[in-house]
Design a protein around this ligand. Structure first.
Ligand SMILES: C[S@@+](CC[C@H](N)C(=O)[O-])C[C@H]1O[C@@H](n2cnc3c(N)ncnc32)[C@H](O)[C@@H]1O
Length: 162
């Protein structure tokens, strides 16, 4: 698959998965954690499809489109390895949904990141809450759910905490 095809598959999967999860978390209280603001595209979509739901966004830097930047209380700047571990006083409740979009495309770097991320995500997700990740993760407290048909090429993985 060319990188252009892979990019299109990822964007398409992101939109469909985010919309599916937005419906699925209707009865799960708690905020949404967006790991990776980037350009702000998925954050902007999440706030559109989840009006009224608190969304906290994590990134080491703010370089998004100016129209897609969270307010100061909900933008958590820094290395996620540190900010996710210590965001409790600010985020407070366990998350109904964690969207993890930190993949680099480098398999070794992604594997290393998934190792330290998995326990932090486990700690911050509510029971019954969902995780969608661009990289596979070892999450023993979660059930891996099937990816909706047609989205297999996106490499997205979907998990629900028991
Ligand atoms: C692929 S982009 C996110 C794209 C975004 N979801 C969008 O739709 O525009 C990944 C982002 O994750 C951030 N990132 C990656 N690893 C990080 C880390 N360890 N700590 C903090 N931010 C990180 C990068 O700075 C980058 O902005």
């Amino acid at each position: 698959m060319s990188r252009l095809d892979a990019f299109l598959a990822r964007l398409n999967a992101q939109k469909l998965l985010l919309e599916e999860i937005a419906t699925a978390i209707a009865d799960v209280p708690g905020p949404v954690l967006e790991l990776g603001l980037g350009n702000g595209r998925t954050f902007d979509h999440l706030r559109e499809i989840l009006p009224g739901r608190e969304i906290f966004v994590f990134d080491r830097a703010v370089s998004a489109h100016p129209a897609s930047i969270p307010d100061g209380e909900h933008m958590i700047v820094g290395e996620i390895r540190e900010t996710l571990a210590f965001c409790g006083p600010r985020v407070k409740a366990p998350a109904a949904f964690v969207h993890c979009d930190l993949g680099t495309g480098d398999p070794t770097a992604d594997l290393a990141k998934a190792q330290w991320l998995a326990p932090l995500i486990t700690e911050r997700t509510a029971s019954g809450g969902f995780v969608a990740s661009g990289v596979a993760m070892d999450l023993p407290d979660f059930e891996e759910l099937p990816i909706p048909p047609g989205l297999e090429k996106s490499r997205y993985r979907l998990y629900r905490k028991r």
